[in-house]
Design a protein around this ligand. Sequence first.
Ligand SMILES: Cc1ncc(COP(=O)(O)O)c(C=O)c1O
Length: 469
Amino acid sequence: MSTDLSAYTAGVHEYVKKGEEIMRGRAESVKRMKQCRFDTISVHGLYDMREALDLNQGSIIEPAYMSTSQAYRDSDEMEAGLAYLIPNWCYARIANPTTYYLEWALALLEGYGSGLETSAVVTSSGMSAIMSAVEPFLVKLSQAPDEPINFVSSAHVYGGTFQQFNVRQVEKGRQVRWVPDPTDLSAWEAQIDEHTRLLYAELPSNPTINFCDIEKLAEIAHRHGIPLIVDATVATPALMRPLLHGADVVIHSVSKSLTSSGMGVGGVIVSRKNLVSEKVTEPPEMIADFATWVKFLPYRDNGPSMNPMQALLVLNDLRTLRSKMDLVSQSSQTVAEWLENHPKIERVDYLGLNSNPLHDLASRYMYLVDSDLDGATPVNRYGHLMSFRVKGSGEDTRRMFDGFEMIFRATDLGRIKSVATIPSISTHQQLGEEARSMADVPPNLIRLNVGGEHPDDIIADLERGLAKV
Ligand SMILES: Cc1ncc(COP(=O)(O)O)c(C=O)c1O
């Protein structure tokens, strides 16, 4: 990252010159891909003809580079590489050519249509992406080492996120301030003080399918000089791109719809260049290019990297992201409407339902990418996660759940196969009664991920379950 080259040998200078040429070529590729449509970026990412023919023996699919480390021609190249003076990957905990292609694909997809410059770092899991995204903003400042540090988060977050914030971050001396109803913007304002370092929201949330106004939340964050971090796992960039609406950092559990085949766990942080952070301002590289800085420094030191084979599996699933999200969203709409009209169902939470109080708000943000091309009216799509409440007790709910013959009982979502769970006994089990009630996760709630099966067959299985109640 340093640009002062005076201390380096002439040989290092030569490598830097060659490196600059490679970087110019890559900048050209980024520019070219940014002109392409979403589907094209999903299929190719930054792995273009030049990368294939010049660097990868013509392989039309990104190769999985399984090597732990990169060899250098001589000591000059090694020194230039380890000082980050040239594009290189060095060691697979820090970087790797296969994860590089995935990072660029995700950076381009998440920034799609925004005109923003974006960067990404992929991680070993969604949880490590969340930790790596929030912690740089929660550090002690040398000028105020005793400052009490807090951050404000929607209470409607995935159970693991709740635990990370409520237990792990608290252990590290940081206070999390929960907003029980994220649609109440004044409640966010009321929690912020001069020691607040960031706002955090999960949109739509898992499992309660909550939502809030991203633009207004970003405005609040920025008025207080702090970044807005959004977990957009449930939407994917095919349906919603928070950076476009003012968010500073987006994280995903890549383990979900981005890898709909269900083959593996991963995460990603995508950030806009020059994000808002007036309280934590050092080092300047962190503010200028957050995801890249995370990758080069804390990520290098903490080690939450993604395996290259995993990156290839994700790339493979990513290629058809838009059409898959379209299909499963349409099936989800059919299933949600059917459930809503069923006499044994108390309530369905799905943002696509007209009856949902957040339907209009979500409709402003959630639509199928590129459905608005050539002036067409955007086509709203709301993803494939819903939750519903059985009319009856926790035991009734378990009876329905145990009656499924096709829908898998698993704590999973984002799958091309339908999967359901009872959050109060699974994802939210560790939270305790009080936190479950704050997160609105009662025992009669079932979370359903609608897969790519025909909706008639999914409904038939739900009917089988309901017959047991
Ligand atoms: C919305 C959301 N964010 C983050 C996570 C954590 O991701 P991972 O399981 O990849 O660590 C999950 C996992 O279910 C999730 O649903």
